[in-house]
Write a protein that binds this ligand. Structure first.
Ligand SMILES: [Zn+2]
Ligand SMILES: [Zn+2]
Length: 143
């Protein structure tokens, strides 16, 4: 299955030839900043499965884990596109809003729920982690 998508202004286009390892929502405070107050919604894909076309800009910071987190956004319209951890360069986090409408993916895990605002409504059917969960299994894991 392949996924396609683009930023809000259309300057950056993306194609992904893989299934995501996991789809999560993240309530950490940094995600709330780029998601306008709510969580980010993220599908994690093998980096090698993603082809992006168009001008991206990025920012980086040192996370509590000590790893460097890099986030990429459209240089023209600012739409958050991807992020990655220096500890796991083989994985790329794709913001769900980037993907074209009928992708059929939905989050099954909520992370950093300890930083969610009081008014957050978190679907009780999702697995929940108060902070960072373990990394998803390797991409060739069939279990
Ligand atoms: Zn754009
Ligand atoms: Zn986050």
């Amino acid at each position: 299955m392949a996924y396609s998508g683009e930023c809000s202004c259309g300057a950056v286009k993306v194609r992904i030839d893989a299934e995501p390892l996991t789809v999560r929502q993240c309530w950490c405070r940094r995600c709330q900043k780029i998601a306008a107050g709510g969580p980010t919604h993220n599908a994690i894909f093998p980096t090698e499965s993603i082809v992006a076309d168009g001008l991206l800009a990025s920012d980086s910071y040192i996370a509590d884990s000590g790893n460097t987190l890099t986030r990429w956004h459209c240089a023209a319209c600012g739409t958050p596109m991807f992020s990655a951890s220096s500890a796991r360069p083989q994985l790329r986090v794709v913001r769900l809003g980037v993907l074209d409408g009928s992708h059929g993916l939905k989050p099954t895990v909520a992370i950093w729920t300890s930083e969610a605002p009081d008014w957050a409504i978190i679907d009780p059917s999702m697995d929940q982690f108060p902070e960072q969960p373990p990394a998803p299994p390797p991409q060739n894991c069939r279990n």
